[in-house]
Ligand binder design. Structure first.
Ligand SMILES: Cc1cc2nc3c(=O)[nH]c(=O)nc-3n(C[C@H](O)[C@H](O)[C@H](O)COP(=O)(O)OP(=O)(O)OC[C@H]3O[C@@H](n4cnc5c(N)ncnc54)[C@H](O)[C@@H]3O)c2cc1C
Length: 367
């Protein structure tokens, strides 16, 4: 369902519909891009999408909304870079009203009784993708209705998402749960019916917004579980390293086929067991990266730690792209591509976006 051939992915970028995006993105059939699995895996960057939109000659107001959403990705990434592991715990304030550190079994088993949600979870297991609005609904039901702490549920979602990105994931869950925002996010049945074209009534969400935050945990959400999240990595195989050539390291967050593609180099996809112990992902997610890796010529797969690789093969002239999950690599670190030059920690997205917008306006005025 998600293409892995690079040419087809680039074709998909050229065919997104930015002009209808703004008004429709919250709806089931809205003009969303479904590019997140490629952006998260570093196959393409937000800047690549941004540049493609600029080249297609749209007016400023036609693409502003989509660029703003792409900027959310860069914003969360900048926070991860600046704050590191602090995003793993309640970031701005402690989540309030927490009654458990598990996840409702009804969420995992797609048996909440909310038809749209149950169907979405079943589809999600098949596709590895969820619409943003559905992610918000699921997080809200889990954290704010069932009163689960956000972390275990976030790890469950990350495990199954092909676009798993710990910054977007952990910080969005916390945004919903009020640990990274001033208010908890609630959506009721009427909202779900409107955006996902259903007409269900008499559910635990079929109440007004004054009542919803005060409701007790519905019986159907009371049974809890802790999912087992383990990653199965390919077996370790020996590599053929040419010691005369530089070595380029790829990983779960960098599978960019265009990166140094004219360099004669050893290319290694490094799958570190310690990484996947901390950030476990499903078999589907591993299969996805292995398929995406086929776009990179002569990519060899190494299952093992960075240090082990160094000891076993002593590769020289190592290059890798900057990322918070690989600060322990040594060698030449290269910057990722960003849409704007705005860097560092901003306490709110809108402060960050204000700076980005200035650069966007300058770009447009210069045209
Ligand atoms: C609880 C929760 C968990 C999430 N977990 C992840 C995750 O693990 N990985 C992930 O990539 N996104 C995550 N998101 C953000 C967002 O839901 C997805 O990026 C988006 O739905 C991807 O679909 P799309 O490419 O069709 O997006 P579009 O709507 O087409 O947006 C285009 C691009 O903009 C970026 N973008 C859009 N919305 C957001 C957003 N809210 N936050 C960050 N970037 C955004 C993405 O790069 C996306 O590909 C999460 C959101 C929530 C509420």
């Amino acid at each position: 369902m998600f293409e892995t051939d690079f040419e087809k992915i680039l074709h998909q970028v050229e065919n997104i519909h930015p002009t209808t995006y703004g008004n429709t993105r919250n709806y089931k059939d809205g003009s969303v891009t479904r590019l997140s699995p490629y952006i998260s895996r570093g196959v393409i960057s937000t800047k690549y999408v941004f540049t493609s939109l600029l080249n297609r000659g749209f007016n400023y107001w036609e693409i502003e909304r989509l660029i703003q959403e792409l900027a959310w990705r860069d914003y969360w990434q900048q926070i991860w870079i600046e704050k590191g592991n602090l995003i793993d715990d309640d970031f701005k304030s402690s989540q309030t009203n927490v009654e458990n550190h598990q996840i409702p079994k009804a969420i995992i088993e797609a048996k909440t009784g909310i038809e749209v949600i149950d169907k979405a979870i079943l589809d999600f297991y098949e596709t590895g993708y969820l619409h943003n609005h559905l992610r918000l609904y699921i997080a809200s039901i889990t954290c704010n209705v069932a009163k689960s702490h956000w972390k275990i549920p976030a790890k469950w979602l990350y495990y199954h998402l092909l676009d798993a990105d710990w910054a977007s994931n952990a910080l969005s869950w916390q945004w919903v749960a009020g640990a990274n925002s001033n208010n908890k996010y609630f959506a009721n049945q009427e909202n779900i019916n409107k955006f996902f074209y259903s007409d269900q009534k008499d559910t635990f969400l079929d109440v007004g917004y004054e009542e919803l935050p005060l409701s007790s945990i519905p019986e159907i959400l009371q049974e809890l579980t802790t999912p087992t999240l383990l990653t199965s990595l390919p077996e370790k195989k020996s590599l053929k390293i040419d010691s005369q050539k530089p070595t380029l390291l790829y990983n779960f967050y960098n599978l960019d086929p265009l990166w140094k593609n004219d360099m004669d180099a050893n290319r290694i996809l490094l799958l570190e067991p310690s990484h996947f112990q901390k950030y476990p992902v499903s078999e589907k997610s591993i299969d996805f990266i292995l398929a995406l890796g086929q776009n990179i010529e002569n990519l060899q797969i190494y299952t093992g730690e960075f240090e082990e690789l160094m000891k076993e093969y002593q590769p020289e002239n190592i290059y890798f792209k900057e990322h918070p999950t690989n600060i322990h690599y040594t060698g030449t670190v290269e910057s990722r591509d960003w849409m704007f030059s705005v860097k560092g920690y901003y306490s709110s997205f809108f402060k960050f976006w204000k700076q980005c917008k200035k650069e966007l306006s300058i770009l447009y005025n210069a045209q």
